[in-house]
Design a binder for this molecule. Structure first.
Ligand code: AMP
Length: 734
């Protein structure tokens, strides 16, 4: 088959979901339809399980996971494009894109069996807020699975198509809110319809909120009742918790159809059956509903001009969790607008993707098709306009050249494909072969380091004219996959400059300096990563106290010179926040200091030190130092600090808070030593069941291990803050 032989090409739409995935097909003659998988099911769990040489995908993998299999990966969509995430099995590490490839291969295989044809192309949908890396990773996963990705379509746009929302004269001017509550994510998008196109006006999301949070509420309630009746802690038994979690999800789904159900929990020969009514369930989760409404309202306000509920034609519900009857009721009451249904909420995104896939493939031969509701429309007609989910800018000097700022080029919510050029003056003095460094920033903050640095591009090949300043046009373009390209042109002579892509350096602290005259000595910069144990033994009071202690600890530092990051860990690590000076980000991160079984598991198998090292250096694992003499760790530390070109760059500290005994203590001690040898200190605070000797061993400072109790947690952190500050009087040499 020739690559461009369109008659042989078959394109499907794939909703690659956090918990479930769906494949749909639109053949151009009948309504789009969902393709069953090999088990005859319309949805396939997004779970991959490794068993020796065998890789199970979908329901089989989910079943294994329910039986306590630890080599099963789920919820990996959340970690798409995250270089710090890997799922380790035996000696192999799998990225989220690699796990997605296993899933996509299976989806393709099953869909081919159902269709009886080879599938060549696909549109894979992505959340509207996915950034460049996440979109690229999704497209790469599709390619690796043997699919030609036609584009990465935003999920709300796909959903709107499935609802039969079309761009035409009678719909022009209408606006809808797409409320997408899935298993692990919540997304809000505001779409506007013109005569000719559907535009996404604004989008936002909370990727830590989804159906599983409703499951967790039931699980917590059941664990409390279990403790009341048996005195036993359900969370101490991994298998029991996994079982109870599966039962909690099942009960939640039952409560969508009936008023009452019960959840049975068992551990160590004790068995308790807990009755749950729909009313109780809705009470236990009322704050979660409120959180979704708050995000809807802020997304409406972020439109330009700002919108309110009254400006909407209606609300479109998408995602499996919108089957909970309370969602439609709550949204109707909140918005005062009609809440549209009639489309299968699990399938809307895949159906819309299939409609678009067929349109992309057949763009040159417009035909009439039927949509899922049986209405006929011209397939070529739904022109879709998506938006940039983040502002894209570059690091530039501000007008008076007193500091570096984020100079925005493409604004958040600009319609894509988008292309913008900004002119910059480059002060090159008498340098013969000057180079221009463009750091691509993603985010809306003025201070460069408060944004994500997506890439570094170095441009050369300037034509010198003798002038000290050269004018350069920097152009950012954002294609329909949400992938960014950067081009620079010398204005004089319209010469496109030569581009080289380099890795972003670990240390970008210079962006906080004055561009021209760098001060000889600046106050110490501190970078602290707070690693908090969120294993289930922290459930209840301990976790609430940890959150409070963390915030008061942060209050002891000047965020002008201190960056704060947060890692939570249990069986796995989760970097919640890379070190930043943004107080609002730190505050937001504190809300993530909570039990999150789906993301990090329940017990103490993880060691947070590699992740902490990554936060500071962007390198994956801290190299081993088996031969380093522990006693001289202090000297090693200084040596490491001096080594960085004679500059003491930043004092780096990991603050660990734990109440448990870690599974692999000797490995953790070695990792702590390795950190110390690289100039990074570890301070450990323990309470409850924490092992005092162990804490002393992982601490790299004399006063760096503290054992306390819950009521004194805040005070202990105050002491720790003082310790960190006192040893922190290093001045940066230039
Ligand atoms: P999605 O990511 O869109 O596939 O949504 C999956 C989520 O929807 C999971 O959390 C499911 O537990 C949830 N879900 C599926 N069916 C129902 C139902 N009938 N009632 C409540 N939640 C449901």
């Amino acid at each position: 088959m020739k690559a461009n032989d369109r008659s042989q090409r078959v394109a499907v739409g794939i909703d690659l979901g956090t918990t479930f995935s769906v494949v749909a097909y639109c053949d151009g003659k009948s309504s789009p339809r969902v393709l069953n998988n090999s088990l005859g099911k319309r949805t396939t769990p997004s779970v991959v399980c490794f068993q020796g040489d065998e890789v199970l995908v979908g329901q089989d993998a989910k079943d294994e996971q329910a039986c306590g299999e630890l080599n099963a990966a789920s919820f990996f969509k959340r970690r798409m494009g995250d270089g710090n995430f890997s799922f380790s099995v035996d000696s192999r590490d799998y990225s989220a894109a690699e796990l997605s490839t296993f899933l996509l291969k299976k989806l393709k295989e099953d869909a081919e069996a159902e269709l009886g044809r080879t599938i060549t192309d696909a549109i894979v949908t992505v959340p509207a807020y996915f950034n460049n890396f996440q979109r690229q990773a999704t497209l790469d996963a599709a390619r690796a699975a043997g699919l030609n990705p036609l584009r990465a379509l935003n999920e709300p746009t796909a959903a709107a198509l499935a609802f039969g929302v079309r761009a035409n004269d009678s719909n022009a001017g209408k606006k809808y809110l797409v409320y997408d509550l899935g298993g692990g994510t919540f997304d809000v998008s505001i779409i506007a319809i013109d005569r000719k196109e559907i535009r996404v006006l604004a989008t936002d999301g909370d990727h830590l909120l989804g159906g599983k949070d409703w499951d967790d509420r039931l699980l917590t309630y059941v664990a409390e009742r279990f403790k009341d009746e048996t005195g036993l802690d359900l969370f101490e038994d991994v298998e029991s918790v996994n079982e109870a979690l599966v039962r909690a999800e099942r009960a939640k789904i039952e409560l969508s159809a009936r008023e009452e159900t019960k959840i049975t929990a068992s551990s160590r020969r004790e068995k308790v059956s807990v009755p749950i009514s729909r009313n109780l369930f809705e009470e236990l989760s009322s704050d979660l509903f409120e959180r979704t409404a708050t995000l809807c309202e802020s997304t409406l306000r972020s439109c330009s001009p700002a919108l309110s509920w009254n400006d909407l034609e209606g609300v479109l519900l998408v995602g499996g969790s919108t089957r909970m009857p309370a969602v439609a009721r709550f949204m109707r009451a909140k918005s005062g607008r009609p809440v549209l249904s009639g489309v299968n909420v699990d399938e809307a995104v895949a159906i819309g993707a299939a409609i678009q896939a067929a349109a992309d493939l057949e763009a040159e031969e417009p035909r009439y098709y039927l949509d899922s509701t049986g209405r006929e429309y011209l397939l070529e007609s739904p022109k879709l306009a998506d938006v940039c989910s983040h502002t894209l800018g570059m690091i530039a000097e501000n007008d008076d050249r007193s500091r570096y700022v984020n100079s925005a080029i493409l604004n958040k919510n600009a319609t894509i494909p988008a292309k913008e050029t900004k002119r910059h003056k480059l002060n090159v003095g008498t340098v013969e072969n000057p180079e221009l460094e463009v750091y691509l920033l993603q985010g809306e903050h003025e201070r460069p380091l408060d944004n994500v640095i997506l890439g570094k591009y170095v441009f050369s090949g300037f034509q010198r004219t003798g002038a000290k300043e050269i004018e350069v046009d920097v152009t950012y373009s954002y294609d329909r996959n949400g992938v960014v390209d950067v081009v620079a042109t010398q204005v004089e002579g319209s010469r496109e400059l030569k581009k080289r892509v380099e890795t972003v350096p670990d240390d970008m602290a210079w962006t906080d300096e004055t561009p021209k005259a760098l001060t000889a000595s600046v106050p110490t910069n501190l970078s602290i990563v707070f690693a908090v144990d969120v294993s289930t033994s922290m459930l209840g009071k301990p976790i609430a106290k940890a959150r409070k202690a963390f915030l008061s600890f942060v209050g002891k530092f000047d965020l002008g010179t201190t960056r704060i990051g947060v890692i939570r860990f249990a069986d796995r690590n989760d970097i919640v926040l890379k070190p930043t000076r943004s107080l609002s980000s730190v505050r937001h991160a504190s809300s993530k200091i909570k039990i999150d079984i789906a993301t990090v598991g329940i017990a103490n198998a993880a060691i947070p030190f590699d992740s902490a090292y990554y936060c500071f250096t962007h390198k994956k694992t801290v190299p081993d130092v088996r031969d380093a003499n522990w006693k001289s760790a202090g000297e090693l530390r200084l040596a490491a600090l001096e080594k960085e070109d004679g500059n003491v760059v930043e004092r780096r500290v990991v603050v660990v808070l734990t109440d448990g005994r870690w599974n692999n203590q000797s490995k953790a001690i070695n990792k702590a030593k390795a950190l110390a040898a690289r100039g990074i200190d570890v301070v450990a605070v323990g309470f409850g069941g924490a092992d005092r000797m162990f804490l002393q061993k992982i601490s790299t400072m004399d006063e760096g291990a503290l054992f306390t109790d819950l009521s004194h947690l805040e005070e202990s952190f105050s002491t720790i803050a003082q310790t960190i500050k006192e040893v922190g009087r290093l001045t940066r040499k230039r």
